[in-house]
Design a protein. Structure first.
Length: 281
């Protein structure tokens, strides 16, 4: 059976793949660079066309790695980057975006996010994002690590209705967003982008997760990804610099968990029963 990439529609009308590739910690070591390039290229070859990065990752080093991967195939890539909060002033965000574009060797981003909320007024950041969008430097914009109060506040500001996503920590062990943030975003058709979907490997020792994986003859990581891919209006961006892991991540799209398996995972990782402050890594 051939895996077919599913897409979600952003409020801007753009289609975004539900599964992509994260690049946190890439670009930090010259020794690993070729492995990172090879893994990302292999992912693109498979059909994982969404690549997520940030100016923070290796202080631009991850963006430089990506530039080598997308050089001849930019049009087929959905490229996301993020601006540091301290760079998110009107002029600062525009300058930061220009630097990211230069490192990525491209003239536009498909999506540009505020990495987390800082001291610069959101109205200023949104103004910068709108300027970048009008100039064709970014197609859409959004936020990251915003709790429901933050995104609600941002949505009331000029340009706030154009926020198309919120990238947050979400996995089996971190389900707090299911209480209010995820429903709030779903009501407005704003997809959540889930980062650290396997909790940087810490999830993989869980007994229930491993029992489901063993039964299905897949890896625990694939079950954790399949669980997230089962959630409505969620995009998943696991990071991997290994070709075998990239292939396993891609195959997770075909793994459909049964009601019994989902119930077992709910018992092992209970959903929230009250509001939980947004968790971050």
């Amino acid at each position: 059976m051939e895996t077919v990439m599913r897409n979600l529609e952003l409020p801007s009308g753009q289609l975004i793949p539900v599964l992509g590739m994260g690049t946190w910690q890439m670009g930090e070591s010259a020794r690993n660079r070729q492995n990172e390039i090879d893994a990302l290229r292999h992912g693109l070859d498979l059909g994982l066309s969404l690549i997520d990065t940030a100016e923070m990752y290796a202080e631009g080093g991850a963006e430089e790695v990506i530039s080598q991967v997308i050089a001849s195939r930019r049009a087929s890539v959905f490229l996301v980057s993020k601006v540091y909060p301290h760079n998110a002033s009107k002029q600062g965000a525009i300058a930061a975006c220009e630097r990211s574009l230069k490192r990525l060797k491209t003239d536009y981003l498909d999506l540009y996010l505020l990495h987390w909320r800082g001291s610069i007024p959101l109205a200023e950041t949104l103004e910068a994002f709108q300027t970048l969008q009008q100039a064709g430097k970014i197609r859409s914009y959004g936020v990251s690590n915003f709790d429901v109060e933050d995104i609600e506040e941002a949505s009331q500001l000029k340009g706030g209705k154009e926020i198309v996503t919120n990238q947050v920590l979400y996995n089996l062990a971190r389900r707090g967003i299911e209480w209010n943030l995820l429903p709030w975003c779903r009501e407005r058709s704003i997809p959540i982008m889930a980062y650290s979907p396997i909790e940087q490997g810490r999830l993989l020792n869980n007994q229930t997760l491993n029992a489901v994986a063993q039964q299905r003859q897949v890896t625990a990581a694939q079950v954790a990804l399949a669980w997230l891919l089962h959630q409505e209006n969620v995009i998943v961006i696991p990071k991997s610099s290994r070709i075998d892991h990239i292939e396993q991540n891609y195959a997770a799209m075909d793994l459909k968990l049964s009601a019994e398996e989902l119930n077992a995972l709910d018992a092992a990782f209970p959903p929230p029963t009250k509001p939980v402050p947004l968790e971050t890594l």
